[in-house]
Design a protein around this ligand. Structure first.
Ligand code: GTP
Ligand code: MG
Length: 465
């Protein structure tokens, strides 16, 4: 490919695409009509680059003519590139000074420093990606578990769009049918009978409902969840915390009041990122440090998505346990009856019954942090409490609030259309609802989207992506 003689239609952008700091290799990326010209000014004497082929070359500073580094340069001509424009990637050794010098040379030649996410924004604007795919690029880069990365990769390949597209096509054809029925009423055009229209809208609603239900899991997967372990002193909170983390993080002793501060660690449960917090045992105390720790326990309790209340099976249930149960009323919480290895099965069952009497809403799991008895069940219950019963094995999920809001709006509009149909409201009015639903689905995949939404999405990207 030779350097294009045509003028730039959009500004050519440049950025370091690899993370800050020293590394074996670093990449500078250029995109835009001048990308090739600009890169050739760094590759002295070279007038062409073969599309898609990695070329070894010496990088020179165009201002001084001095050699900056050896590099591998790859050019991806428009439209078959990440952004849909001419893209050149210059891979040098990963010394920040070299990468910065390459960027400086490109800027001196007329390129502009890229804004965060601007490469992906251009990919979207040139139709290489739709919005759900662009969001998945961000999710893939931010993934902290392999499962998150797999789901993001599948969404990046258009999995969510492939589920939405048939719903949208069906809706468009329904709109066309109704509009034709109005526009050509006297032409004896065959319009679907009312029952067929009602059936179509109901089917569309069912499809959207499945997507909407996937949000709880999709969002937990994307954002992660928080779990706070609380209970009275010496109940075995730190022991359970260590067991769930599978390492000795918190100090465990037989002295009540051992944990004085909140201790937070990151782990993952079936691919869902989970932040677990161990807390100070809650009781009445005159000790100032312990009281401050207990205040923090309560703050953690208030903030957590899920609370695990630990109760000591060897102790009688006292008013402080009852007070903690009361505090958890109406909140997502589970109870772990710990130290079951120290008491008989009958005594454990009796304790479970007493606890269930305190709250029918809280599930009690018998465990032993020492022998790990009951741990499988506890892990499963934590997982279900975080992501719901029907955490399907599908890989198509709504993962962020923008997608969820779009699907909810489409659902609401279609539900209104269904009611209107059933009440035999004129088709002109029904069409308004159907168009509202279509607009909402357009927002999901990004066919018609306001600039401010775009900027909001792309501004969360890192520079160079
Ligand atoms: N036998 C047995 N002992 C346990 C079990 N869980 C905890 N313990 C013991 O109970 C004592 C208290 O455990 P911790 O994990 O420190 O309890 P905690 O709730 O964090 O206590 P504070 O930090 O003081 O509030 C320690 O001696 C543990 O070894 C269990 O399941 N079985
Ligand atoms: Mg502790």
């Amino acid at each position: 490919m030779t350097a294009p003689a045509r003028p730039a239609t959009a500004e050519t952008i440049v950025a370091i695409a690899t993370p800050p700091g020293r590394s074996g290799i670093g990449i500078v990326r250029l995109s835009g009509a001048e990308a090739l010209c600009l890169s050739l000014t760094l590759l002295r004497g070279r007038t062409t680059l073969v599309p898609g082929k990695a070329t070894y070359a010496r990088i020179h500073d165009p201002a001084t003519g001095t050699v900056l580094d050896d590099a591998i340069v790859t050019c991806f001509p428009a439209p078959r590139s990440y952004t849909g424009e001419d893209v050149v990637e210059i891979a040098t050794h990963g010394a920040p000074v070299v990468l910065e010098a390459v960027v400086r040379a490109c800027v001196a030649g007329g390129a502009r420093l890229a804004e965060p996410g601007e490469f992906t924004q251009r990919a979207f604007l040139s139709g290489r990606l739709d919005l759900t795919q662009a969001e998945a690029v961000h999710d893939l880069i931010s993934a902290t578990t392999l499962h998150q990365a797999r789901v993001a990769a599948s969404q990046m390949g258009g999995a969510l769009s492939r589920v939405v597209q048939p719903i949208k096509s069906e809706l468009i054809s329904l709109i066309a049918t109704l509009e034709a029925g109005i526009d050509f009423a006297e032409d004896d055009l065959e319009v679907h009978p009312e029952t067929a229209i009602v059936t179509t809208v109901s089917t569309l609603l069912a499809g959207l409902a499945r997507l909407e239900q996937s949000y709880r899991y999709g969002n937990a997967l994307r954002e992660g969840r928080t779990l706070a372990i609380i209970g009275r002193p010496n109940a075995g909170k730190s022991s359970l915390f260590n067991a769930l983390l599978e390492r000795d993080r918190s100090i465990v002793t037989a002295t009540p009041g051992t944990t004085r501060d909140v201790i937070t660690e990151q782990t993952a449960f079936a691919g869902i990122p989970l932040q677990i917090t161990d807390t100070a045992g809650i009781r009445q105390t005159t000790d100032e440090i312990e009281a401050l720790g207990i205040a923090r326990s309560r703050e953690t309790l208030a903030d957590a998505a899920l609370v695990l209340l630990v109760v000591d099976a060897t102790q009688v249930i006292d008013p402080e346990d009852v007070a903690l149960f009361d505090e958890l009323a109406g909140r997502p919480a589970l109870v772990a009856l710990n130290k079951c290895d120290l008491v008989s099965q009958a005594a454990c069952a009796e304790r479970v019954q007493q606890l269930t009497g305190l709250s029918r809403q809280l599930t009690v799991t018998q465990v032993s942090a020492r022998t790990r008895e009951g741990f499988m069940a506890l892990r499963e219950r934590i997982h279900t409490a975080l992501v719901g019963e029907n955490a399907s094995s599908d890989s198509v999920f709504l993962t962020n609030e923008r997608q969820h809001a779009a699907v909810s709006a489409a659902q609401a509009a279609l539900a209104a259309a269904l009611t209107a149909m059933q009440q035999r409201v004129p088709h002109e009015m029904v069409l308004l609802d159907l168009h509202t639903a279509l607009d909402a689905l357009d927002l999901l995949t990004g066919t018609t989207t306001a600039d401010d939404i775009l900027n909001l999405i792309f501004s969360t990207f890192c520079i160079g992506k």
